[in-house]
Every structure is written in structure tokens, then in C-alpha cells.
Ligand binder design. Structure first.
Ligand code: AMP
Ligand code: ZN
Ligand code: FE
Ligand code: FE
Length: 285
């Protein structure tokens, strides 16, 4: 079984349409793929409609959150939410709030660039992005203007939290997000918790508190942005607390270099995940 539980489409900041993502999953000979766009479920329907025989779909989302950083300051963290009820009202309202916060934040970053003589057009970027706009959309705009040569360069210089244009967004506090996912019948799995490549990371003590509360269901262990030793730390923590462990590519189409199915999840872990969900089921033709 080849199972990849973390992938993005054009519903957020990937470059494959939801149907295109499903086609890519079939080409990658996956048995199961999850669609996990940032802060939206808007790709679910198209992805489900495009499913061929032999490929199963896990409907999910990657939620933008804040947690306790190792240095004591809040840090941006991502929470994967699987198989929740998209109609749960409080959770749906929080998604709307996050989508609006994303637009305001990209507008602010674009304005800072414009003030510095970089002519990015926030209206065009936001209009082109759909419901969920993110830094990768801004990276594309910089690429198109010839300001940077690669998306990676844009993240290194213009879009870095340490750079001059970065703006924070009003993310959901991690504990509240976990509780909301649970309330909506979903399964909360902490995404790439120790992705040090991206900058500051979550304090492991915060992970332990969530694990001990019985609320957090799993940890993404095998992820392209994890060093091996950090993946091992997460695997041990998961074993100690009886958490599900996942492995995933975090595929973004052409916005990242990683291939779909480059990292995978064990079948027994997926079974556990599906068993804990009450909000939605896995879809199979
Ligand atoms: P945002 O949610 O708007 O803060 O943007 C974060 C997104 O940018 C995430 O989906 C990351 O996967 C992506 N990202 C972060 N760093 C890089 C990078 N160096 N190259 C390409 N994409 C990146
Ligand atoms: Zn992304
Ligand atoms: Fe993420
Ligand atoms: Fe992601």
C-alpha cells in the first residue's frame, strides 16, 4: 500500500487542480492520497469526483496555527485535520476567518514590497489565488516580475520571517484548533512539528501537553523538512503517548520540488486514523 496523507492543490497554494492532484496520485501509483489544502475544504468535491477505481481519497485540511516556540515566543505551526464534518459551524467559521486573515496579510506584505519599489499587485495575486492566498502566490508574482530566479530564492529573501516584508497572520491557537477538529469529528495530526529548515519550531513540551490531554491524535513523522534525528524524536514521543504516526510528501506541484508519494504512511496507521474519525469517511470507488 502506498499512502501519502499530505498534498496541496490550487484550492490553496499547490499548482495542480484538485482533479489534477488525483491524476498525479494515480500516476504516482498511490493507493491512498489525502487532499490537505491550507485552511479550506474547497477542493474536496472536485477531488472526490475525479477519483479513479483503485485510488482512495482522505479528505483533510492543513490548518494555520500558533503554538509555544522553543524560545518561549509563539511560533507558526500547522495542524493536519482529517475526515472532519465540513458543515460543523464553529470550525467552518474559523476557516472563513483564517481565509480573510490570509488576504489581509498578503496585502500588507505586498504593500511593504511596493513601498520598497517592487511592483507586486496584491489585487491580482489575491484574485488569482481563489479562497486561500499564501506566500507561494507572492513568490510566483516575484518570479513573474523577474525579481527572483526561483520560488526558493523568494522564500529565502523576500518572504522569510526574518526578512523586511514578512507579516504574521492571526492564526488559531494550537490547542483551540485541536479541540475544534475533534468537535467536528475529525482527527488532528500535528504537521512537520520539527521542520527546523523553515526556522523556529514548536516546543516539544507543548506537543506532550496536547498528547497527554488525549486530544491530539497523531504526529507527522516522515516529512521532507525533518532531519532524521528529529523524526526519531517525534517517533519516540508518538510511541510513548500512543499517537498515530504519518509520513507524507507535502506535495505542492510546481511550487515545491518534492514528488507526490516521496514519503508515505503505513497502512496500519491509516486504519487507526480512519477508525478515530466520526466526521467523514474515506472515499473509494
Ligand atoms: P503561508 O501559509 O502563506 O505562510 O505560506 C507557507 C507555505 O509556503 C507552506 O505551504 C510552505 O510549504 C511553503 N513554503 C515554505 N518555505 C518554502 C520554500 N523554501 N520553498 C517553497 N515553498 C515554501
Ligand atoms: Zn502550502
Ligand atoms: Fe505545512
Ligand atoms: Fe502542507
Amino acid at each position: 500500500m502506498r499512502i501519502d496523507l499530505h498534498a496541496h492543490s490550487t484550492a490553496s497554494d499547490g499548482t495542480d487542480t484538485p482533479a489534477g492532484l488525483i491524476a498525479a496520485a494515480a500516476r504516482a501509483e498511490l493507493d491512498v492520497v489525502a487532499i490537505t489544502d491550507h485552511d479550506t475544504t474547497s477542493g474536496w468535491q472536485e477531488a472526490a469526483a475525479a477519483l479513479p477505481a483503485g485510488l482512495a481519497l482522505v479528505r483533510g485540511m492543513e490548518m494555520s496555527c500558533l503554538g509555544h516556540g522553543e524560545d518561549g515566543y509563539p511560533v507558526a505551526v500547522h495542524l493536519l485535520a482529517y475526515l472532519f464534518d465540513p458543515g460543523h459551524e464553529a470550525f467552518a467559521a474559523e476557516r472563513q476567518r483564517l481565509q480573510q486573515a490570509r488576504r489581509e496579510r498578503i496585502r500588507l506584505m505586498a504593500q511593504r514590497m511596493r513601498d520598497d519599489g517592487i511592483p507586486v499587485d496584491p489585487d491580482a495575486i489575491i484574485a488569482g489565488a481563489g479562497n486561500v492566498v499564501g506566500r507561494p502566490h507572492l513568490a510566483r508574482a516575484l518570479l513573474d516580475l523577474g525579481v527572483v530566479e526561483t520560488i526558493g530564492d523568494a522564500f529565502l529573501h523576500h518572504l522569510s520571517p526574518r526578512g523586511p516584508y514578512f507579516a504574521r497572520m492571526a492564526d488559531t491557537w494550537l490547542d483551540d484548533a485541536v479541540a475544534m477538529v475533534r468537535a467536528a469529528g475529525g482527527v488532528p495530526v500535528l504537521a512537520h512539528a520539527l521542520a527546523r529548515k523553515r526556522g523556529r519550531v514548536l516546543d516539544l513540551e507543548h506537543v506532550r501537553v496536547l498528547a497527554e490531554s488525549g486530544q491530539l491524535a497523531g504526529l507527522e513523522v516522515d516529512h521532507p523538512d525533518h532531519e532524521e534525528k528529529d523524526a526519531a524524536i517525534l517517533a519516540r514521543l508518538a510511541a510513548r503517548h500512543g499517537l498515530i504516526t504519518t509520513g507524507s510528501s507535502d506535495y505542492h506541484g510546481g511550487n515545491k520540488t518534492i514528488a507526490l508519494g516521496a514519503r508515505t504512511t503505513a497502512a496500519d496507521q491509516l486504519d487507526e486514523l480512519v477508525a478515530r474519525a466520526t466526521g467523514a469517511g474515506i472515499i473509494q470507488r
